[in-house]
Design a protein around this ligand. Sequence first.
Ligand code: AHM
Ligand code: MG
Length: 346
Amino acid sequence: MKELITLGEFVIQQQHKHAAATGDLSQIFGAIRLASKLVHREINKAGIADITGAAGLENIQGEQQQKLDVYANEKFKAALAARGLVCGIASEEEEHFVEFDHELNKGSKYVVLIDPVDGSSNIDVNVAVGTIFSIYKRKSAADGPVELDDFLQPGTEQVAAGYVIFGTSTMLVYTTGDGVNGFTFDPSIGVFYLSHPDMQAPESGNIYSVNEGNYIHFHDGVKRYIKYCQEYDPATNRPYTSRYIGSLVADFHRNLLKGGIYFYPSYANNPNGKLRLLYECNPIAWLAEQAGGRATDGNGTRILDIKPTELHQRTPFFVGSVSMMDDVERFMVQERARLERMAELA
Ligand code: AHM
Ligand code: MG
């Protein structure tokens, strides 16, 4: 008989494995779970309730904010502020971090970084979007105000990270450094059930996910890798198949289950690509590693080792099955070596 266990119960069980368990994480997860259910409800009535469409505001990156972004941002903030364990959040939708300075939040030990609705250009066309979150212990003294440096920690310092995918069903996938587990939401009773215990990224795969519209602007190493993906070689299962939703959570989730690679390299005038280190890359990178995959900037640097210098920092991002990551990095290294040789000859 398949065991029935809810997200709430699972988080508590996991905490009991650790001697120093305080119950803090289960309360923070309570907030994330609650806000996720509210977003699920809004997304599922998007077509009828006039919540889609731009809200008329631009976010800090100059992109049009969608109404659902605003809604989700407010709900996650409100739910996290109400638990008294979190002293502040940083959100992709806000220019500055937000301090929770109510009596309840005084002395709180954690900060949360969140992308409330990632892939938001997909909302209006009924395509999957996601919420991405990560939780850190603050570095500043618990009795003082939360500081920018509390949010600028490398991904190795995450104490929990995960995403909620609002797809054909809603799922929450998370890690606390002890593997990756996935929970599927049953909307009829409002409960997330453990549906994907101990998720493992296949060691290899045959899916590559990249916005090929940017192809001509990519580094030659990336271009060569894309051509490699397209070449015929039955021994290595090529040509691979190209799948790109334009919603990081959905693209990553599919590749995690089936085996694949996602990359958003630097292009044209964007030397750091598009994705945000703190809100998108760090949590996804940690999940990938915890599931047996890898994540780098494509230039040999592990994403989790990058020391952030600003909240909305971007980084080129390569994530996926280990053997595919090895391949793409080999192409990048070869290309760099070729350029160096050419520079020496010049
Ligand atoms: P967003 O946070 O503004 O939604 O942007 C992030 C999204 C990712 O989910 C997705 O992988 C990427 O942007 C798609 O970008 P593009 O349309 O340039 O391919
Ligand atoms: Mg985003």
